[in-house]
Design a protein around this ligand. Structure first.
Ligand code: ADE
Length: 295
C-alpha cells in the first residue's frame, strides 16, 4: 500500500540540499535505496554502473518515485565500468561538468559469484578483486584528485559481512576485507584535506529484489534468517539510513570506521543461546510507508 504523503526519511528535509553524490551501482538493490534517500534529502546524484540497461531502468523508476514524493533533486546517469581507470576519470570529469562539485562518493558497485575456492579460475578471481577492491580504490583516488583534495568530502564504501571468512565467495571476502583496511589508510592520508571515509558492512540478510535475482535458485535469505537475532531480513532502507548518517554532519567525528548493519548476526556465534521467537525490532522502511518511523 503506497502512502506517499507519509513518505519521509528519518533525516530532516533538505539535509543534503545543494550537495552532489556519486553512487556506483546506484540503479539496483542497496545502491538504489541509497540513491533514493539522498535525492529525497535534496542531494543531486550521479549514478554510475557498468550495465546500461540496469542504469536506465533504475533511473526511470527512481525519477518517477521522486516525482511522487513531491521532493526535488537532480538525478544523472553515466555508464562506467569501475575496472577501467579511464572510465572512472571520465565519471569524475563528467560529474564536475554537470554539477560543479563532488561532495560524496558511495562505492556500492560490486559483485561476486558463488563458487568453492578450488573451482575459482584466475579470470574469475581477478574480476572480483578488480571490481570490489581495485575499483573502489580507483574511485576513491580519482574523487580525491579531481575534487576532494582541495575541497574535502565524504566517502562511504559498501562491503559485506565477511568477518568470519566468506566461504563459497572467498574472492569477494578477500576483496572486501581489503576495502575495510583501505578505508583506514585513506582516512589517515586524507584527513588533512577534510575528507572522511568510512565503510558500511551490511549483513547478508538485507533483502533486495536484485540480490534475490542474482542468487537465483539458491535461496540465501530463508537459510540466512535462522542466524539473524531479529529473526527477520533487513531492508535496503536500514542500510541507506546508515550511509546518509555517515555522509552527514552528524558523523563529523567518525572516519576510518567500518560500521556493521547486520542485526547482530556477525556476533551471533553461541549456539547454546537460543534466541526466542520475537519481532521486537520491526523493519524500518520509510519508502512505501510499510512501516512508518513515526507510527
Ligand atoms: N557493478 C558491478 N560491477 C561493476 C563494474 N565493473 N563497474 C561498475 N559497477 C559495477
Amino acid at each position: 500500500v503506497k502512502r506517499w504523503s507519509k513518505t519521509r526519511s528519518v533525516f530532516r528535509n533538505g539535509l543534503f540540499k545543494n550537495k552532489v553524490a556519486i553512487v556506483t551501482g546506484g540503479g539496483t538493490g542497496i545502491g538504489k535505496g541509497i540513491t533514493k534517500e539522498l535525492l529525497f534529502l535534496g542531494c543531486n546524484v550521479m549514478i554510475a554502473s557498468r550495465n546500461n540497461n540496469k542504469l536506465d531502468t533504475g533511473a526511470k523508476e527512481i525519477k518517477e518515485w521522486l516525482r511522487n514524493t513531491g521532493h526535488h533533486a537532480t538525478l544523472e546517469t553515466l555508464p562506467c565500468n569501475i575496472r577501467k581507470e579511464e572510465e572512472i576519470q571520465n565519471l569524475m570529469s563528467h560529474t564536475l561538468e554537470k554539477f560543479g562539485q563532488i561532495d560524496f562518493v558511495v562505492n556500492n558497485g560490486g559483485g561476486q559469484f558463488i563458487s568453492r575456492a578450488e573451482d575459482i579460475r584466475l579470470k574469475g578471481w581477478n574480476a572480483v578483486v578488480e571490481t570490489n577492491l581495485t575499483g573502489t580504490f580507483l574511485m576513491c583516488r580519482e574523487a580525491y584528485k579531481h575534487w576532494m583534495k582541495d575541497n574535502g568530502g565524504a566517502i562511504v564504501n559498501i562491503i559485506v559481512d565477511m568477518w568470519k571468512g566468506f566461504p563459497i565467495m572467498s574472492h569477494s571476502g578477500a576483496a572486501r576485507a581489503g576495502v575495510d583496511n583501505l578505508t583506514k589508510s585513506l582516512a589517515l592520508e586524507w584527513v588533512h584535506s577534510g575528507v572522511r571515509i568510512n565503510s558500511v558492512a551490511p549483513g547478508s540478510s538485507i533483502y533486495s529484489d536484485t540480490a534475490a535475482a542474482n542468487y537465483g535458485d539458491v535461496n540465501i535469505f530463508e537459510e540466512n534468517k535462522k542466524t539473524v537475532p531479529y529473526h527477520r531480513l533487513g531492508t535496503v532502507e536500514e542500510i541507506s539510513s546508515l550511509v546518509c548518517f555517515l555522509l552527514s554532519p552528524g558523523a563529523t567525528f567518525i572516519t576510518g570506521e567500518t560500521v556493521r548493519a547486520d542485526a547482530g548476526q556477525s556476533h551471533y556465534a553461541c549456539p547454546t543461546l537460543k534466541i526466542p521467537p520475537h519481532s521486537k525490532i520491526p523493519p524500518y522502511s520509510w519508502q512505501n510507508g510499510a512501516v512508518d518511523p513515526e507510527d
